[in-house]
Ligand binder design. Structure first.
Ligand code: 4AD
Length: 501
């Protein structure tokens, strides 16, 4: 009996016969030899079928195997440094389980809209497989950090009677005739739980009716939210710092090769260390008004224009090759590159068109406004380490944030900006623990008091300083894996106008 195994275990079977089952990722043949690249969910393996007496019964069917057909293949494991994964299979047995006909995602490239509509199949592409494997490690690392550090996991409801964040991004659903909302955050509920357990966290999907079609916004995303009793702003920052370092360490440890495959610059991740930058909102404004900010954007403009010129040349070459290359696979490859370049160019041109606007926004940034995406990008790009931006004006932040004692115009909050312009990945704060101040903030925000009575109870019975934060899984994955768009960072992205499949 040949042992059934998987591609990631082949190193244990060199010189032995094994059985692999999977899907045909790619099939090439030349005369008396077929190269079938097998995909089995654990890796890729080149299976080599040489035409001889033993392979005669199945050689032709191996040769005719179409992309994504399911197969069982047996053969001898050989070390082959040049092959993907380092091993290959000299095939001695082959069985077609199911023949796939006209698999829609071919080696020719497809536009992003097509791929998103075929997300259920796009999963099988190498890049998508790698990204979602890293995501699975990231969510495990998130749970581990809190479980290993004495936090109790508290599951919070998805149906909620009141807004947790701003009222403008609520999804409402009909709850037996009553309108209720999909949770924007579990925070208010974990605040109650931390008064019972001291350190807690919730981790689940959250919903925002964000009417913005940016590369950073989903309408459904996953957020982890720790909440800590007897903690002030600085204590929360220290936890966030250790947490980020632990996530970076774990992903680097388990996915070095995957990150390289995605083209991630590992040095950028490796150089991150404590302490992160601490920058007050007031100082952030000065930075936005500075010459350094203007020069950064000017350099960006020049670099992007240069990239456009280079890509335009490459596009012309690819177009020519797609028409006139000798081999069909060369034509397909060039056509694939053509589509990619067109998408890259469209993106770059949009960015270039936006830069003058970003220059104006930064130059004219006025105290009292929230930092926008482009402002965050500038601030983070002017620093090597992640930046904690703290002490925002209270009018741009949620009602529950602790009003600052020294300057009551401000709150004790923070956003963490990931390096390299990946934007905000954490939002957090110390919470308002004084009954009267909180009630006043609820009134100021024009919120109804009744749905928050239970929340006010926490300030009636043994109130203590406490705080916490929320980290978005998808934004964090974009930063760690170097993804330009958040749609690839979640198995089934939900965005404005996108809900299929
Ligand atoms: O800053 P936010 O809105 O904070 C809260 O919800 C707090 N209640 C958290 C807390 O203190 N317990 O969101 C926190 C993080 C953001 O930094 C971002 O990573 C992610 O959640 N996030 C989004 N991710 C994808 N799409 C969106 N529309 C997001 N909105 C927020």
């Amino acid at each position: 009996m040949k042992p059934d195994t998987t591609i990631n275990q082949l190193r244990h079977f060199v010189g032995q016969e094994v059985v692999l089952s999977g899907w045909a990722y790619n099939v090439r043949s030349s005369g008396k030899i077929v190269f079938l690249l097998l995909r089995d969910g654990t890796g890729l393996c080149q299976c080599v079928v040489e035409k001889n007496e033993q392979t005669e019964p199945f050689f032709e069917s191996a040769k005719r195997t179409t992309q994504e057909s399911s197969v069982t293949i047996s053969g001898l494991v050989r070390e082959e440094p040049r092959a993907e994964g380092g091993y290959e299979l000299a095939v001695s047995g082959f069985e077609l389980l199911h023949a796939a006909k006209d698999y829609p995602i071919t080696p020719k490239a497809h536009g992003i809209d097509f791929l998103m509509r075929h997300r259920h199949l796009w999963f099988r592409s190498r890049r998508q497989e790698v990204i979602l494997k890293i995501r699975a490690t990231l969510t495990d690392a998130i749970r581990r950090f809190f479980n290993d550090n004495g936090y109790v996991n508290i599951d919070t409801p998805i149906f909620s009677p009141a807004a947790g964040e701003g009222a403008s991004t609520l999804f409402s659903v009909d709850y037996f005739g009553e309108p209720v909302y999909l949770a924007q955050t579990g925070q208010l509920y974990v605040e109650a739980a931390c008064m019972a357990h001291r350190k807690v966290y919730c981790f689940g999907p959250t919903f925002r009716a964000e009417k913005s079609k940016t590369r950073r916004h989903l309408t459904e995303f996953w957020m982890v939210e720790p909440e800590i009793a007897f903690a002030e702003l600085d204590d929360v920052l220290a936890v966030a710092e250790d947490f980020i370092i632990s996530l970076r360490d774990r992903v680097l440890r388990d996915h070095r090769e995957h990150l390289q495959f995605l083209g991630r610059d590992l040095a950028q991740l490796e150089r991150i260390r404590k302490p992160f930058v601490r920058l007050r909102y007031n100082d952030a404004i000065e930075l936005l008004h500075s010459d350094a900010a203007q020069q950064l954007l000017q350099r960006d403009l020049e670099a992007k224009n240069q990239q456009i010129t280079t890509l335009e040349q490459e596009l012309a070459e690819a177009t020519e090759k797609a028409k006139s290359a000798a081999k069909q696979w060369e034509k397909d490859k060039a056509a694939a590159r053509e589509i990619e370049i067109r998408e890259e160019l469209a993106e770059l041109r949009e960015q270039v068109a936006n830069i003058p606007h970003h220059v104006e926004l930064a130059k004219n940034f006025q105290w009292g406004k929230d930092l926008g995406g482009s402002d965050e990008t500038i601030i983070s790009r002017l620093h090597e380490q992640p930046v904690f931006c703290t002490h925002y004006p209270k009018q741009v932040k949620a009602f529950y944030m602790k009003v600052n004692k020294q300057d009551p115009r401000l709150v004790n909050n923070f956003d963490l900006l990931a390096p390299e312009g990946f934007g905000e990945i954490i939002g957090g704060s110390q919470r308002e623990d004084e009954y009267d101040v909180l009630l006043e903030r609820i009134h100021e925000e024009g919120l109804p008091v009744e749905p928050y009575e239970w929340y006010l109870d926490l300030r009636r019975y043994g109130s203590v300083p406490h705080g916490g934060f929320g980290l978005g899984v998808e934004r964090t994955l974009c930063w760690l894996a170097g993804l330009k768009h958040i749609r690839e960072a979640i198995p089934y992205a939900r965005m404005m106008g996108k809900i299929y499949p």
